[in-house]
Ligand binder design. Sequence first.
Ligand code: MN
Length: 163
Amino acid sequence: MTLATYHRKRSFTATPEPRGWVGARRAKEPIFVVQEHHASHLHYDFRLEADGVLKSWAVPKGPAKSTRTKRLAVQVEDHPLAYATFHGKIPAGQYGAGTVKIWDHGTYENITTKDGKLVPLTRAIRNGHLEVVLHGTELRGGYALIRFKGKKDWLLVKMKKKS
Ligand code: MN
């Protein structure tokens, strides 16, 4: 895992966002966070802890709470774990300028399987298909992320099972 892209896009003398580093794998339940980001276009950043970073997707309409609604989720650069508690104002002229609020946070359980075996989250991301159970306040239950074209475009869907 690397935060090179995250670091390259930002000037840490100008933005209050954390510089951060790739963290150690933790024994605790992995975390997720959804940040409401009032940038040039309002979107929701959906982040899952994996291998010491936050794997991240920008969801223009935000995660749905209904199993009938699919939401576009564009994968973006990995963020540091410290970003999970970040909220505040990114100054004008900086990457992602605008206000960031924490919309939901909690822990998650990876339930992605292949041939009856659990698939580690980073491998599931490489494979383009992951399933997690979210234990948040706004978001609870099973969610799947499915890559549908190219490398960055995914669909975020609430699963009927595990809800
Ligand atoms: Mn964002």
